[in-house]
Design a protein around this ligand. Sequence first.
Ligand SMILES: Nc1ncnc2c1ncn2[C@@H]1O[C@H](COP(=O)(O)OP(=O)(O)OP(=O)(O)O)[C@@H](O)[C@H]1O
Ligand SMILES: [Mg+2]
Length: 243
Amino acid sequence: MSADQGVAAEPLLRVDDLRVDYRGVVAVGGVSLRVAEGQCVAVIGANGAGKTSLLRAVGGFVPAGAGSRVELAGVDLTRMPAHRRVRAGLGSVLENRHLFPHMTVRDNLELGAAAAPGRSGAGLRGALSLLPELEGLLDRRAATLSGGQQQFVAIGRALATEPRLLLLDEPTNGLAPRLVERVIEIVRHLRAAGTATLLVEQRLEVAVAITAEVHVLAHGRVVHSTDGDTADLARIAHSAYLS
Ligand SMILES: Nc1ncnc2c1ncn2[C@@H]1O[C@H](COP(=O)(O)OP(=O)(O)OP(=O)(O)O)[C@@H](O)[C@H]1O
Ligand SMILES: [Mg+2]
């Protein structure tokens, strides 16, 4: 028997007892979850459940509360600033996309690649190979693009950092059905290529089209986890949206 047989692989992302509060308003009240290398884990929940706050705290855009711990590949990120987390391998597509509207698509993507120097250097090319729809837009200013196109630029910029794990906050929000399908396809491709994702979604059907690992967040806490079995989806939907 080889040394590693029977031993579960260390998860890529470990989140333990994560707490976020905004001046006393508890948005995330102690969430623990794991994402393995190349795995996609989805977090679903109603408006205000704490999904964005959870992703922001993992990405380092809001501070995590006392006792929280965020670890990527064994490295403690909990108090690390966001830009260093990008270098450690965390890419983010946040709500509102945060593109630079007066810069071209190419420059927005280059910023992603520049945010994580010292990786393979193939970030921009890699992003474009996964998102060929951006090729024809490279010289356009971001502000002139449709919402859907901007969303793909935001995904491309995050991919240009060559992340080991991508944080996606409602990437299908406001997109036409054809583009929702495209986002699903992209996340599936990422998984096949070994990039893990932590996906926040309000649409249950999008989450389950991508992964069977779904956590349901309500009032800042995980109230249900599928653990790979989505047979009880009706109950999940109920607890996510009607609690
Ligand atoms: N900057 C902030 N200041 C104060 N309270 C906030 C702030 N951001 C979020 N909240 C509160 O924290 C809670 C969780 O919000 P959050 O945005 O994380 O939820 P969400 O699940 O992403 O919601 P949505 O589906 O609307 O995106 C809500 O009660 C919200 O009002
Ligand atoms: Mg949100």
